[in-house]
Design a protein around this ligand. Structure first.
Ligand code: NCD
Ligand code: ZN
Length: 358
């Protein structure tokens, strides 16, 4: 591998929000351009809680992509207090969805229908354990008396550790981890426990949200933490430990929804996600570890084949635009601010690199 070009097995994104409607049309291509497959979050309005809803969403995603694009969305089921384990198993068997997503009720965007008492879902977890279907967790407690910066660590202690104790065979991904507590818990936990790490939590700590004024584009959930946590995340991502893999949590909101009196949580990193990760791995002198993090550990955890295609990153300055005007199906521009807006990244995805047919 030359120092000017980095060839990688084509990666997947193990956590993304593709949205719906006009936003889906505008953003889905950004993910399909970089990744072969993606775990697509179900927090639509209404959420994806039935096999029929998942099938319909899959069709809307396909319609949003260019003809001939072979991007494969891997859908997820949104757990509610009332969801029927039989419906989950049916959809898993049919390939309608590949994992369940647990949002504690009111933890984040479109989570009002989420789970109010995790213990109440024991029949669901027993089913997942039996059929080998992964459970993806937004790991934050929601009690207002818990400081927002402590919500992940408290969730691990109060809910995740007991859950794994009750269901030792359950495959769990703790999504978008943000703390040294999560890194240590996952690292020392059983092989059926893994975690995704976003590019933004590798790049920014909580100061970034307040640098020179309020920065709504760097607000997401779980919120960025202190520097010591960012350092631990960088260590985990570049360690070569297969329990930590790529999940962007790209979560676009229109500029008007971010820059508002009550701005939405979410960072739109899909357009330059790989370039963002590559910058971190280079800073950590670990570029040789990027391929396994981006393209191997995720599929191995999910029990899916590795992608046969290759992509290339070239060492060329990439100027990230201050804003993007992405067209929806009707040709109306949706204004979005990408992660790294106005910055220059050192590596660029080479788009004309031939991608082997899958
Ligand atoms: C996500 C969204 O907007 O859907 N927001 C975010 O800040 N990450 C929801 C989530 O993953 O918490
Ligand atoms: Zn998310």
């Amino acid at each position: 591998m030359s120092s000017q070009r980095l060839s990688l097995r084509q990666p997947d994104d193990w956590h993304v929000h593709l949205r719906d409607g006009a936003m889906l049309q505008a953003v889905a291509r950004a993910t399909a351009r970089q990744f072969a497959r993606a775990i697509v979050m179900p927090n639509l309005s209404p959420p994806v809680t039935t096999v029929a809803a998942a099938a319909a969403y899959r069709q809307r995603i396909a319609a949003a992509l260019p003809n001939g694009c072979d991007f494969q969305p891997l859908l997820t089921a949104y757990l509610t207090d009332a969801i029927d384990p039989a419906e989950i198993a049916l959809g898993f068997g049919e390939g309608a969805w590949v994992a369940c997503k647990l949002y504690p009720a009111n933890a984040t965007t479109n989570s009002a229908a989420g789970v109010t008492a995790i213990e109440g879902l024991t029949p669901v977890f027993e089913t997942l354990e039996r059929i080998g279907m992964p459970l993806l967790i937004h790991g934050e407690v929601t009690s207002p008396d818990i400081d927002i910066f402590d919500r992940e660590a408290v969730f691990i202690e109060r809910h995740l550790a007991p859950l794994l104790g009750r269901h030792p065979g359950l495959k769990v991904v703790l999504e978008h981890i943000t703390t040294i507590d999560a890194v240590d818990f996952v690292r020392t936990g059983p092989a059926n426990l893994a975690a995704t790490i976003t590019p933004h939590h590798l790049h920014i700590n909580r100061n970034a949200m307040f640098a020179g004024g309020l920065r709504p584009d760097l607000y997401c959930l779980p919120v960025a933490k202190r520097e010591l946590h960012r350092i631990a995340l960088r260590g985990a991502a570049t360690s070569g430990n297969p329990k930590f893999f790529l999940g962007t949590d790209s979560a676009p909101h229109a500029r008007t929804a971010k820059e508002a009196a009550c701005g939405c949580a979410g960072i739109f990193n899909a357009p330059f996600a790989l370039e963002s990760y590559a910058a971190v791995f280079e800073q950590e002198n670990a570029l040789e570890k990027l391929e396994a993090f981006a393209s191997e550990f995720g599929p191995r955890f999910y029990g899916l084949p590795l992608n046969p295609g290759q992509i290339s990153l070239v060492r060329e300055p990439l100027e990230v635009p201050r804003q993007l005007h992405l067209n929806d199906a009707a040709g109306t521009a949706v204004e979005l601010v990408p992660f790294h807006a106005g910055e220059t990244l050192p590596w660029r995805l080479q788009l004309d690199a031939p991608i082997a047919p899958r």
